[in-house]
Design a protein around this ligand. Sequence first.
Ligand SMILES: Cc1cc2nc3c(=O)[nH]c(=O)nc-3n(C[C@H](O)[C@H](O)[C@H](O)COP(=O)(O)OP(=O)(O)OC[C@H]3O[C@@H](n4cnc5c(N)ncnc54)[C@H](O)[C@@H]3O)c2cc1C
Length: 355
Amino acid sequence: MKEFDYIIIGGGCAGLSLAYELETHEKLKDKTLAIIEPRPKYKRDKTWSFWKVTSHNFDDCVKKSWENFSINVPGKTNYLKCKDYPYQSIDSGLFYEKINNKLKKNNNISFFKDISEINKKNSFIFNSVPIIKKNHLNLWQHFCGVEIKTKDNFFDEGIFNLMDFDCEQRESVHFFYTLPYSKNKALVETTWLSKINDASQKDYDIQIKDYIEKHLKLKNYEITYKEEGAIPLFHPLNEKEKNKINIGTAGGMTRLSTGYTFLNIQEHSKFIRKNFENISNCKKFEISKKYQFLDDIFLRVLNNHPEKMSDIFFEMFKASPKTVIKFLSNKSNFFEDFKIILKMPKQTFIKALFY
Ligand SMILES: Cc1cc2nc3c(=O)[nH]c(=O)nc-3n(C[C@H](O)[C@H](O)[C@H](O)COP(=O)(O)OP(=O)(O)OC[C@H]3O[C@@H](n4cnc5c(N)ncnc54)[C@H](O)[C@@H]3O)c2cc1C
């Protein structure tokens, strides 16, 4: 069986981002790489959005970028600007196409459907397949989004809605998220932060239909694309092993309070590329302990007091948007962290420290 210097298990966001970063920095000129990916065909399956707090390789896959956003709870709306850190949405179809076109030009890179097709004994492995054991205590961000096209102009494409809590909460945390790509096209997503075991929250189609027709008061539209997913708001069980690094969700790149993962994956890829020659001995790349600690408390509050979360999110965005964005994107300094902490209900958070 064929041997390779490196193996990437999982050719999804993290696996392909890493392969692209290595290839464009000529790290695979004299080294061989196998990418293990079982999917029969690449097609658009996700929309990755984030505040652009750092550069990345995929500006040409950005579907739309915004400098204004809003957040609302029943009866109140906060309009915010994010000119310094625009919010970008990446089309996964364009991302897969761009990377695969680049990788196929290098004969040192091969794709396989299953790891059993190659000999992995002497390879260094980058693994992006998470080990997730079902546990009734774990929280998830689970969602379903549809892209809709309207007959007449309807949306203001200059502003996106990050969180609309003016909807049924069902003793959980629930909001809608709307990304208007143009005046007559938008992604409308229903999002839950909960212990996924409540099947009654998964009537996504009805939730979306009701929101579009009764809340947005839009009747004349067609659904052109649909995506559904669940992001674990806990770290998978993958341990670091000799000659193996976990990447992506498996590598703990999800910011647990928000589910944002894409930019962390890009930063991890850059880190690996910079340390590639000494990869067996380099330190572990992780989201800073400060955020891990704060997110842990935040999720305990969310778990214990789902009814308070819409106001907590709303209040948090009363700090300057730049500060909140930096905080949510792991780029805040001590003073900015402090400004966010001041916006939180003190008693609730202090109590969460102890149970
Ligand atoms: C629908 C959706 C939307 C999201 N939107 C955002 C967003 O807007 N912003 C953001 O920051 N994050 C978002 N995320 C979170 C995160 O960015 C994505 O989940 C991202 O795809 C994670 O990258 P990954 O490489 O870890 O996992 P994936 O992209 O899922 O890649 C894992 C790959 O492993 C393959 N695989 C599975 N089993 C095996 C096996 N046994 N052997 C080999 N390969 C295998 C899979 O086919 C897949 O291609 C979203 C997640 C989902 C599900």
